[in-house]
Design a protein around this ligand. Structure first.
Ligand code: FES
Length: 105
């Protein structure tokens, strides 16, 4: 599948092309783990190299990279483990904790 952007928030989807096998896993209180043969580009469409050691292989043989979700990585857009050091709480868990403190209507 290829997306061609016409205007902000509008896209023309060419469905005749095969969709890549990509899965994005939202790790609990951690990064976005992107499985599949992906490439990264910057805001101008220039390739962003994936540093040595950042592309890993799962036990099932799928390649993956981890993208920072906490904002604390010094190697953005890649996760460097800072989420654990800063005690990052993902939105889903943060909302659950907030909801637990709210009085019932
Ligand atoms: S999610 Fe891992 S460093 Fe931000």
């Amino acid at each position: 599948m290829v997306l061609t952007y016409l205007e902000p928030n509008q896209a023309l989807i060419h469905e005749d092309e095969e969709m890549p096998d990509i899965t994005i896993e939202i790790r609990k209180n951690g990064p976005y783990r992107v499985y599949g043969d992906v490439s990264l580009v910057d805001h101008d469409g220039n390739p962003v190299p994936i540093p040595e050691g950042k592309r890993k292989v799962s036990p099932e043989g799928k390649t993956w990279i981890s993208l920072c979700r906490c904002g604390g990585s010094v190697t953005k857009p890649f996760c460097d483990g800072a989420h654990g050091r800063i005690g990052f709480i993902g939105a889903e868990e943060a909302v659950e904790k907030l909801d637990a403190t709210r009085p019932l209507p």
